[in-house]
Design a protein around this ligand. Sequence first.
Ligand code: ATP
Ligand code: MG
Length: 420
Amino acid sequence: MISKPKGTYDIYGSDGKYYNYINAVFQNVAELYNYEYIRTPIFEDSALFHRSVGETSDIVSKETYDFKDRGDRDITLRPEGTAGVVRSFIENKMYGDTNQPKKFYYSGTMYRYERPQAGRYREFTQIGVEALGSDSPLMDAEVISLAYRLMEEMGIENVTVKINSLGDKESRDNYREALVKYLEPHINDLCSDCQNRFKTNPLRILDCKVDQDTEILKNVPKILDYLNPDSKKRFEKVLEYLNYLDVDYEVDANIVRGLDYYNHTVFELVADIEDLGNASTIAAGGRYNSLVSTLDGPETPCVGFASGVDRLMIVLKKLRAEEIKNAIDVYVLAVNEEEKITALKLVQDLRWSEVKCEMDTLDRSLKAQFKQADRLGARLLILLNSEELQKGIITVKDNLTHEETKVDESEILDYIISNM
Ligand code: ATP
Ligand code: MG
């Protein structure tokens, strides 16, 4: 028997329900905020991720799935969604559209060679939005509040937005200098990854999952103290707008994000759920004003976020285990051929009247069909019986109260619909 690759899993049964539910709610919310659907390839030229996510990021340095295709091209399975959207924006010259800013939403699988554990897989699904072309703090506030309201819409209430600002380039350079000065005497006490990050990208050290709770990292200088006046003013505007939108946020100087392309606003949505372990971040994003130009497009300010559907599934299973299930409205019971033909037609008519229903296709006995109807959670049972059918009568049974009603065959559809 061939097994699934490590770090992947199959979505079926009730997982399928949760997966589709999350995507449906997301699609609805994103459309309400006037974001357009975009789909980009699952694999791209490897250079796209090296130049966007960054050579020194964890993702590119140790998590990507890279391979050569049969034409000897360097290909990478996408580890995240933003780079592909930006590539498409540039390649399709969307910056030239009169309709600006461009606002997109996507949903798709991503691939990272990580150590599999709860909420962390090698193939996982992200939903996300990208707003390209606006530098206004209003846009940051819209994107953050969209993420926040999306969680609320799904019934995930105990969510905090952790927010920080990395400022502009000048602020970041000043901070980096202060950080390096502070870390230098302690560097040998940090993990080996952090010792490398110290040389290549010291800001990354703040994002380390190993050293996070050490005294050294708890006392690092705060980037917010190094923002220049413009960056500071900008950050305050974002927070002010979030106040107007009633978003529950917390300024957290340790949020730096694992990807190279962020500046100014960065944020994470954290769910207070035990089952997620060190994977409690259910969505993350920020502003990336230099990414489009880094990828050879025109200077274009952008902001976006992505959320891990697999983690949302874990959260919803915990919070709403009973609600999101696969119950049907009606089960039609039929045993002999005449009853089955009536059932066949009736089931089609019901389905096209928006009634979710089922009938037997396994030649079950009547008793077994009652059991199956219970298993499927049917609210109403239609009991077809040849003798009654000859008189033009059909019995409907309420599966909860067990009350039976005789209905004229010609009125059965209307009766069921009005009792839904
Ligand atoms: P983490 O800090 O948890 O590793 P990240 O910073 O790598 O997350 P992003 O690249 O910002 O995460 O991705 C956004 C979201 O995608 C995360 O908040 C998480 O919900 C989800 N995600 C990231 N990596 C995985 C994974 N390997 N498996 C499942 N979901 C993931
Ligand atoms: Mg990660």
